[in-house]
Design a protein around this ligand. Sequence first.
Ligand code: AHM
Ligand code: MG
Length: 325
Amino acid sequence: MTSPSTNITLSEFCEVNYKGSDSYDGLEKVIYAVATGAQELEREIRNGNLLGMLGSTGNVNVQGEIVQHLDALSSDTFVKQLKDSTRVAMVGCEEIEHPVTFGDSEQHNYIVLMDPLDGSSNIDVAVSIGSIFGIWKRKNSKPLNPESLLRPGVEQIAAAYVVYGSCTVLVVATKGTVNEFTMNPADGNFYLTSANITYPNKTPYYSVNDGNTAKWVNGIVQAVDDLREGRSQRYIGSLVADFHRNLLKGGVFLYTADTKNTVGRLRLMYEANPLGYVSVQAGGAVSDGVMDILDIQPFELHQRVPLIIGDKRLVNQIIKTIKNS
Ligand code: AHM
Ligand code: MG
């Protein structure tokens, strides 16, 4: 087994950057909860096929989608870890219809919105999947209720995601900085592998489901035609993995509204907002085609949104084409 290229563990990083800081008081515990959940889930994902843990539960979630065993397991895993962190007051989750409240003491000072298993259609076929987390400071002055979650993405103070791919990575963003940690399979720990990530200058990739071409509206056919010039199409079908590749290699992802998904397909609160926050901290952008997604005032936990995310120049180019259509 080779040793990690860096000796900085996630715990050491969190101790130095968050512990005892006024802005991020207790954030390290929330990040450890995400990392511990990811370690547990990683084992289940790698062994799922052998243990007969793949396939569907036979249930349908609040989105009307078939629930896979790993969807349910990932939701339970992260709910437990975040509860045990003792710092999370409330969680909103793709797999759970209503928010879950853990506690309202003073130390329960965070709210987390999560998609515990992104890319469900790729679970059974050995393709990259992930988990996504948006992290808000709780407003202590107000009593906790389901509306406590309905705040614009710009108020996030951190976001994180995990990609279970050819290796397992955890990316954590706070104001102005995005850092990637890679799990060492030998000890299960995460080690810092890329610090202060920003989008590269080049933009070799665009990601879109072009099976939707006949349904596109508002200039998207033209916008995608423009993206094709000099770029390769890469589309995994797991948003978090497509996003991660475009962040590291350069490019843009879009899943806009169409004649079938009239308000968009992806979820505002636990897909677009957290990844949008990461994108902006890395010098990129996130838009619904009209406005910055992080400025949207949400009205519902599970609402959907058109999503254009990635390199700022490409996001702006697509917005311009939509505007002129
Ligand atoms: P989910 O697996 O959490 O339900 O997320 C939805 C997924 C995204 O990961 C991905 O980008 C998109 O749905 C793919 O949709 P489609 O199959 O229509 O291309
Ligand atoms: Mg998802």
